[in-house]
Design a protein. Structure first.
Length: 368
C-alpha cells in the first residue's frame, strides 16, 4: 500500500453497552449505513483509488463486524495484515453479509482500499457499517410471574461455541429457580425456559440473575423483578428510562445510567390494583446510598394537580438521601395520586436522583 495515499477517517457507528447488562444492547445499535462520497473527498484522486481509515474505539467486546453494501471495496487491512481481498467490482457477498474481525488488544484502526470501476457514476461512493459485537448475545424474550424465557444467539456464524456454562439464582430467600445450571454448545440459537417458585415462607418478590460464560467472556442478565403490584417499565426509543441492572452492597437491583442520559426508573402500578384513583398513597423505596453529600431522591408521580404542566402527570417530591453508605428505605406520601398511566410508556411514577440511583424494592399502599 502507498503510505502517502489520501485517507479519510470514517465515523464509526458503535453500540453502547454496559459490562453487566446485555439484555438491551442489541436494540440500542444505530445501524444506519453511512454513505461516503469519494469523488468529493478526493477530487484529484490518482488511479481512481482511495483509502478509508476507520478508527476503533476502546471496547471490552471481542468482535467487530464490517458491512459494505455499496461500492468497490477491493481490500481490507487490519493491524497491518490484509484480511479481505476482493476484485474491482461491487462488494462480494462476504462483505455484504458482514466481515467478522476479532479485536486485537493493540489495534486501533481498520483500513480499506476502494477502487473505482470504469463505469462508476460521478457521485461514486460506498456505504459501510461498523458494529461491535460479543461472541454471543442474550435476550429475555418472555417474562411472567413464574417463568422467564432466555434466547441466546451465536454472533460468529458458522462457528460453534463449545461448552457454554449457564447458572441461575434468585435474589431473595425462599424463592427457587429451575434449572440452576447447564452446559451446552451453541451452534446458532438456543431458547431456555426457567421456572421460578416461591415457598410458603418466601417474600412477596424476587429477581432472577442468569450468568452465561464461555472461555472468553461472561454475560449477566437480570430479568424484571417479580412484584405483586408494580413492574418496571423500560422507556426505550431514545427515551430516558432504559434501565440497567447492577449488584451493589451485596444485593442485586435496578440502576440508572447518568452517563448515557438514562436518568429515570419508571414504574407502572397494575391497573387491577390502582387505576384512575383519587387517594393518598404511601410509596416505599429501598435504595442504595453512595454516601455522598447533597444527594436527593426524587419521585415524579401522576397526580390530580391540574395547576402543573401536563395536568399534574409529573408532580414532584424530593427527599435527602442518607449520607451513610448502604441500603436505606424512604417513605413518600403521595397526597393526590391518580395513576392513570400518563407518563412515558404508560408509567404511573418514576424515580431519579442527582447521582447514580440504585433501587431494589418499591411498594405502594393506598390509604384512603
Amino acid at each position: 500500500m502507498d503510505p502517502k495515499a489520501s485517507r479519510h477517517t470514517g465515523t464509526i457507528v458503535q453500540i453502547k453497552t454496559k459490562n453487566d447488562d446485555f439484555e438491551k444492547w442489541w436494540g440500542q445499535a444505530n445501524q444506519r449505513a453511512r454513505f461516503v462520497n469519494l469523488r468529493k473527498l478526493f477530487p484529484n484522486m490518482p488511479g481512481r483509488t482511495a483509502y478509508t481509515e476507520l478508527k476503533l474505539s476502546s471496547t471490552d467486546l471481542h468482535w467487530v463486524k464490517l458491512t459494505v453494501k455499496l461500492g468497490n471495496v477491493t481490500a481490507v487491512w487490519y493491524d497491518g495484515q490484509q484480511i479481505y481481498n476482493g476484485s474491482n467490482r461491487r462488494s462480494t457477498p462476504e462483505l455484504r453479509k458482514g466481515l467478522m474481525i476479532p479485536i486485537k488488544p493493540q489495534a486501533d484502526k481498520i483500513l480499506m482500499r476502494i477502487d473505482a470501476g470504469k463505469d462508476e457514476p460521478v457521485d461514486w461512493g460506498y456505504t459501510y457499517r461498523l458494529e461491535y459485537m460479543e461472541n454471543f448475545a442474550g435476550e429475555i424474550t418472555e417474562k411472567k410471574t413464574n417463568k422467564v424465557v432466555l434466547s441466546l444467539t451465536n454472533n460468529l456464524g458458522g462457528s460453534t461455541l463449545e461448552n457454554l456454562r449457564l447458572k441461575a439464582h434468585c435474589w431473595t430467600p425462599g424463592w427457587t429457580v429451575t434449572p440452576t445450571s447447564e452446559s451446552f454448545d451453541l451452534a446458532d440459537r438456543k431458547t431456555m425456559t426457567f421456572t421460578v417458585r416461591a415457598s410458603a415462607a418466601a417474600g412477596d418478590w424476587t429477581g432472577l440473575t442468569l450468568t452465561v460464560n464461555d472461555e472468553d467472556e461472561v454475560q449477566i442478565l437480570r430479568p424484571t423483578l417479580t412484584l405483586p403490584d408494580i413492574h418496571v417499565v423500560q422507556v426505550d426509543n431514545y427515551g430516558d428510562g432504559l434501565v440497567s441492572s447492577a449488584k451493589i452492597g451485596g444485593r442485586e437491583c435496578y440502576a440508572t445510567d447518568q452517563i448515557n442520559n438514562q436518568t429515570f426508573i419508571y414504574y407502572e402500578v397494575k391497573d387491577e390494583v390502582m387505576e384512575n384513583i383519587k387517594a393518598e398513597v404511601k410509596l416505599s423505596v429501598e435504595y442504595y446510598s453512595l454516601g455522598r453529600a447533597d444527594r436527593e431522591l426524587t419521585v415524579y408521580y401522576d397526580s390530580h394537580d391540574k395547576q402543573l404542566n401536563l395536568n399534574g402527570a409529573y408532580k414532584t417530591l424530593k427527599a435527602p438521601m442518607s449520607a451513610e453508605p448502604g441500603w436505606h428505605t424512604h417513605l413518600f406520601t403521595l397526597n393526590d395520586a391518580r395513576f392513570s398511566n400518563r407518563q412515558n410508556a404508560g408509567a404511573d411514577f418514576r424515580l431519579t436522583s442527582n447521582d447514580e440511583l440504585y433501587v431494589r424494592r418499591v411498594q405502594v399502599e393506598k390509604l384512603k
